[in-house]
Design a protein around this ligand. Structure first.
Ligand code: CTP
Length: 399
């Protein structure tokens, strides 16, 4: 936990049973040498007393906008600037909703809205609340805003029901923060090119051939590499995701456009990560006018092979450049991935198998195996942000 020494951390506590675990988290952070300012919601105080928290942190706990008897104002703006990181544990459904929509009716939310530092949340709630579409939507919003979600565990809950929603253990949360600070700038000075999302190959002005790629994995890699100090160019096919903060995002539509954008950037790149689901074929002819329904049958749409972006860059690769591909396989997964590694002249390939529940297209989670000519490292099912961090760790080791 040496990376926490001297770090300024805001520990936000909202009103859930798991607040008792926040005491242990606070103790761990302080023991590791961090300076911790606790900000607690009014409901949070029903679960754990400010006296315990201020004794352990060595600082008065902040909860109200004003100290009632003196009228002293607590500046969330100053707090937001002071922090190197903010972690909200437990984050209840209500706190997550307020964060996602900006309902700034307590000191914790105003501090969150003022925070300039990276924010982590450790959700804790009952399984039905956790599984509710509202919670899913709010977490997705927060993730898109750059908040890191420390996934809740599955286990026995305060209601005695068993399911997903138990706050991650304090040791794990402290470890996430520690490794965040450790990694903080380990990609400084590196130029990284990432492809993401699907490509659309036009048939006529209203139709295309495409695929279900959401772009989430590539965007998570881009955001993570930028947060670790890299200079990132993200070449993205059509997605609904916002540009990741601090990333040069180039939006393209077709495989050919994606190749063109990548070729422009590649010579000036240290690491290229090909996370896009590039359409393998495109229509040979583009119909200028919408193909009408009046025909009884449409003659076959003839397809031609698209350029292989990864293989094209692989053939151009200089010493010192690292090229990373992805492989989505249904069977003979590792053998197929290794074949692609060689054929495309890659240095590393990230395998995700469609056989794994929660992995692959559209999901917020992924389960990958990172394969190099010498090794294969299997990781567990994690959020795409956490997977991105693992992949970048493997890349850093290789560099
Ligand atoms: N890729 C690419 N350009 C293409 C096709 C794939 O850059 N035209 C990249 C992908 O971004 C990925 C890797 O190559 O990093 C493997 O993609 P995949 O679709 O699994 O491989 P294919 O070569 O298309 O093989 P197949 O469809 O036969 O499995």
């Amino acid at each position: 936990m040496s990376n926490l020494k001297g770090k300024h951390i805001i520990l936000g506590i909202s009103g859930g049973i798991a607040a008792y675990k926040s005491v242990v988290l606070l103790r761990l952070l302080v023991k590791a040498g961090a300076e911790v300012q606790v900000v607690i919601t009014p409901n949070g105080k029903e679960f754990i007393t400010p006296v315990t928290l201020s004794a352990l942190s060595g600082k008065p706990v902040v909860s109200e906008f004003f100290t009632a008897n003196t009228g002293e104002w607590h500046s969330h703006v100053d707090l937001g600037l002071w922090a190197d990181a903010m972690v909200i544990a437990p984050a209840t459904a209500s706190t997550l909703a307020k964060m996602a929509t900006g309902v700034a009716d307590n000191m914790l939310i105003t501090t969150y809205l003022s925070a300039k530092a990276p924010v982590f949340v450790a959700p804790a709630m009952d399984l039905d609340m956790m599984a509710h579409p509202t919670t899913t939507r709010n977490l997705a919003t927060l993730q898109a805003d750059g908040v890191t979600i420390i996934e809740p565990a599955t286990g026995e809950l305060a209601s005695h029901l068993v399911g997903r929603g138990r706050m991650e253990e304090p040791e794990k949360i402290a470890a996430v923060l520690d490794s965040f600070f450790g990694r903080n700038h380990d990609m400084a000075g590196r130029k990284v090119l990432i492809t993401a999302g699907p490509t659309y190959e036009r048939i006529d002005p209203v139709r295309f051939i495409g695929n279900f790629s959401s772009g989430k994995m590539g965007y998570a890699l881009a955001a993570c590499a930028a947060a670790r100090g890299a200079e990132v160019t993200l070449v993205s096919g059509p997605t609904e995701l916002p540009d990741p903060p601090g990333v040069n995002t180039v939006r393209v539509e077709s495989a050919r456009q994606m190749l063109e954008a990548c070729e422009k950037a590649f010579d000036n790149t240290d690491v290229a990560i090909m996370a896009a689901a590039v359409a393998d074929y495109a229509p040979r002819h583009y119909a200028d006018h919408k193909i009408k329904r009046e025909h009884d049958a449409v003659e076959a749409i003839e397809l031609v092979k698209n350029p292989d972006i990864a293989a094209t860059l692989g053939a151009r690769k200089r010493d010192g450049q690292l090229l990373v591909g992805f492989a989505l396989e249904t069977d003979n997964a590792e053998a197929n991935a290794r074949e692609k590694l060689v054929r495309k002249n890659l240095d590393m390939i990230v395998l995700n198998s469609l056989a794994d529940k929660g992995a692959g297209f559209g999901t917020d989670t992924n389960k990958v195996t990172v394969i190099t000519p010498e090794s294969a490292t299997a990781f567990s099912l994690k959020s795409k942000n956490a997977v991105a961090a693992d992949i970048l760790d493997c890349i850093i080791k290789k560099l």
